[in-house]
Design a protein around this ligand. Structure first.
Ligand code: UD1
Length: 366
């Protein structure tokens, strides 16, 4: 079976790595092709993850880069079409909810190439998020839907997806986390020399809803600045956020609000493990903190990952200065809540995914 995996943006890499590695255990059954769209291209947004996650070098890199949503999606579609025609895969596997996921899925639908979507069924019910549109459209087109949690199955069934196309396999990002936790622990010994704080808050903010409105971004930075006088704040800054912060022209930042360059997977995981509190608007980090049992505040009005609130350590908070300061202070004064792991967030999702493909081969040969 010829399988083409599509990655493009930072959060794709940790989802694809365990599945590619697992399929590689069966060279007689699977021939794999790795396509990188180039949505993320800076070394700290892409190459460092290939190195740390042991991903093979992409067979094809479309080198698309940044632009408006329509431009980026169109570029990926135009450039991936000849690659798909040329490589003629039996299956294309797409990951998550980024523009690369949607773009290649659309191309496959017109070429009658079957698509499998890993991390299907998540819904924020907020169509102002580009990712929600990417999720909805991808799931309508994909033939095989691998979901991380039961709420995702229910969302798909409600949207009319036939149940035999849905496979609840668990969270594949947790496979990467479980695999690399020991290496991250080793890294921590060196990292703590650089940040010799007794406790700290770790922050990632990059959603357009938080960073593209100067007033919202100012309120977030101002809240972080204030908190940092009590507990230091480590803030690895996404390129989009960096541009917006530069546009704001910030002055008078406390020296314990540390604006850092984007970090690699291992360093960020080590910092998550040891942090007193994480403030984020990322999807994956809501899940990783749930697995690690680290307190998490998500600066968004909604989440497509409700299981991290129901069972995990996550809580939503409004992106205004007062709410952020109150929520951070409250969390920092409380012990970490008891968390329960959602079913199948056990580090063995990739074998469950690959089992489904192996079964397809068996069915085909019978
Ligand atoms: C994308 C995903 C988002 C995901 C995020 C993780 C979509 C719609 N959004 O958002 O779901 O959470 O990745 O990082 O696909 N840039 C660089 N270097 C890079 C990549 C981007 O400087 O390597 C800058 C560019 O100025 C670009 C901006 O970041 O315009 C945004 O990049 P883009 O890929 O459009 O979206 P993200 O905000 O990264």
């Amino acid at each position: 079976m010829r399988v083409l995996h599509v990655v493009g943006a930072r959060p794709n890499f940790m989802k694809a790595a365990p599945i590619i590695r697992e399929m590689a255990l069966y060279p007689g059954e699977f021939q794999q092709i790795l396509l990188h769209t180039g949505q993320h291209y800076a070394p700290e947004m892409s190459k460092v993850f290939f190195d740390e996650l042991g991903l093979p070098k992409p067979d094809v890199n479309l080198g698309v880069g940044s632009g408006s949503h329509a431009w980026q999606t169109a570029q990926i579609m135009t450039h991936s079409e000849p690659v798909l025609l040329d490589s003629n895969p039996d299956w294309v596997v797409v990951y998550g909810d980024v523009n690369s996921t949607l773009a290649v899925t659309l191309v496959c639908s017109k070429l009658a190439i079957k698509v499998a979507h890993v991390e299907a069924g998540l819904r924020s019910f907020d169509r102002s998020m580009p990712e929600e549109i990417n999720r909805l459209v991808t799931d309508q087109i994909a033939e095989l839907l691998f979901t991380p949690s039961r709420d995702a199955d229910l969302n798909l069934v409600r949207e009319g997806v036939l149940e035999d196309r849905i496979h609840m396999v668990g969270n594949v990002m947790i496979d990467t986390l479980v695999d690399l936790l020991p290496k991250a622990q080793e890294k921590w010994i060196h990292i703590k020399e650089r940040y010799p704080f007794e406790r700290y808050v770790l922050v990632t903010i990059h959603r357009p809803s938080n960073v593209d409105h100067p007033d919202t971004l100012s309120q977030i930075i101002s809240a972080l600045n204030e908190i940092s006088y009590d507990v230091p704040v480590l803030f690895p800054v996404h390129p989009r956020t960096r541009t917006r912060i530069d546009e704001l022209g910030l002055r008078e930042i406390n020296e314990d609000l540390k604006l850092l360059d984007p970090l690699g997977y291992l360093e960020f995981l080590a910092l998550q493990m040891q942090s007193a509190l994480v403030l984020t608007d990322s999807g994956g980090i809501q899940e990783e903190t749930t697995y690690l049992g680290v307190q998490c505040l998500t600066a968004r009005a909604n989440t497509e990952r409700p299981v991290t609130i129901e069972l995990g350590t996550n809580q939503l908070v409004e992106s205004n200065k007062g709410s952020l300061i109150d929520a951070m202070n409250k969390k920092l004064s409380e012990p970490s809540p008891q968390r329960t792991l959602p079913p199948y967030w056990d580090g063995h999702t990739a074998p469950r995914v690959v089992e489904v493909f192996k079964q397809l081969l068996v069915d085909k040969n019978n």
